[in-house]
Design a protein around this ligand. Sequence first.
Ligand SMILES: [Mg+2]
Length: 263
Amino acid sequence: MLGAIAGDIIGSVYERHNLKSKEFVLFSPAARFTDDSVLTVALAEAIMDNADFGLVMKRYCRRYPKVGYGASFKRWAQAAESRPYNSWGNGAAMRTSSVGYAFATLDEVLQQAEFYASFTHNHPEGVKGAQATAAAIFLARNGAAKDEIKSYTTSRFRYDLARTLDEIRPAYTFDVSCQGTVPQALTAFLESQDYEDAVRNAISLGGDSDTLACITGAVAEAFYGKVPDSVAAGVRKILDEELWQTVARFHAIYTPIEKSRLL
Ligand SMILES: [Mg+2]
């Protein structure tokens, strides 16, 4: 989950000013955490506390009101009673990384990814984006090779992962859909050498940079085993204490090998 949050923070300064390059200072002085991180932590908390995710998201939204939520999500979060709004937005995928760690089988991961997406993103593409992301994380952390992750996401979700980053990049523009974010984020991971390279790949595409890097970073962390210490330290500086403690609690339970480094 730290990999998702780091991606969001690193990408936060490029969402409105696309870079289309891999050359940049990893943590810009202006980098901050955005809705991707806040809702990622909210979902992890809901899982750990077995709490109503809808209520948890609304509480996080009140606590962190100005971190870049989409307009429909904000309306949903501010309403006393709200229903899922059939969203196909990439928010379903950006917040889902903890699902890939917290469940023991691929079937359960798929089912829980749908469950947690459907509080808001109950459109088939919203559900699919969350499932593909969580499944890629689950496969990666269980030792699947990149080829296996690629062929599974291609056959199960019908994502086209045939195009390289160099082929995607020239025409790629801001896209808040799952179907226009998740395949690109997965490609950024598949072409990477390590965690940092994966995040640089994601940002080099342009588009919704923080969300792309969040999804890519989540899968890369699971695949490469951890985020580099320097990246964890960068996150520690920028995330507030309350969010950090929840991240640390999640990692202590689900990736215990990281415990000594995180706390
Ligand atoms: Mg964001």
